[in-house]
Write a protein that binds this ligand. Sequence first.
Ligand SMILES: Nc1ncnc2c1ncn2[C@@H]1O[C@H](COP(=O)(O)OP(=O)(O)O)[C@@H](O)[C@H]1O
Ligand SMILES: [Mg+2]
Length: 270
Amino acid sequence: MTTPVLQAHALKVAYEGRTVIDGLDLSITQGQITTFVGANGSGKSTLLKTLGRILKPTAGNVTLEGRPIRELTTKDVARRLAILPQSPTAPAGITVRDLVMRGRNPHQTWARPWSAEDARIVADALAETGLTEVADRDVSALSGGQRQRVWIALVVAQQAATLLLDEPTTYLDLTHQLSVLRLVRRINTDTGATVVMVLHDLSLAARYSDRLVVLADGAVVADGPPETVLTPETLRTAFALHARVVPDPVTGTPLVVPEADDHLPTESPA
Ligand SMILES: Nc1ncnc2c1ncn2[C@@H]1O[C@H](COP(=O)(O)OP(=O)(O)O)[C@@H](O)[C@H]1O
Ligand SMILES: [Mg+2]
């Protein structure tokens, strides 16, 4: 039987009175990689932030490991759940190691300050993400691909059982996108961590996810294994995209191939 680690019940989220999500139910299964996909502005980040308690819903609620998330302390949440926002910014002048060390903050108390165990976990996170050599460099001096790995190393060092990653591959070339996604999957396989992420590349999302949740206008319009979710019909309704879906010749997962221009209907997308 599958255990929901994170659940949204009748979730409603608004910005300054404008409702963006209206009555959404979702249950995230432990140990799975679930990926939110959807057009720009469809509510992916809003949903992820609400699940991670960065945003407070105007109605409904979120439960983490069966308890209402709003009743947990900030430290309690941070020990169980790590969130990587869409465009994180590092403090000026911080080194790679110092930023990754911040992942250990939720585990420290007055009675248990920084320990050798914390140092070991940070060293492991740096090694796992291939950053040991640049650990003493300034974060701002790194390439985009390295910097993205630093944020993931921070999340790894936090040792939370649930990871929420908003567009962890944005601005990366294909090689670095693959390296981040392989890393995410390795963490999922090795530690059993539950992963919820947002991705734009549908074919990569299909390769690296157990489940896709398609959002449109703040609502779930398709939900399930990539093979059942990525259909031409869903692509048309959720993305105004005219595409074929063929088996990926390498993995067999759905590969989204946009139609040639002369196959497109003459009306422009809404
Ligand atoms: N801070 C904000 N203030 C007001 N409106 C916002 C804010 N963030 C997002 N929105 C609006 O909420 C909707 C969903 O946005 P978002 O969750 O960021 O979508 P996505 O991540 O799918 O691109 C959009 O209409 C967006 O304009
Ligand atoms: Mg977003």
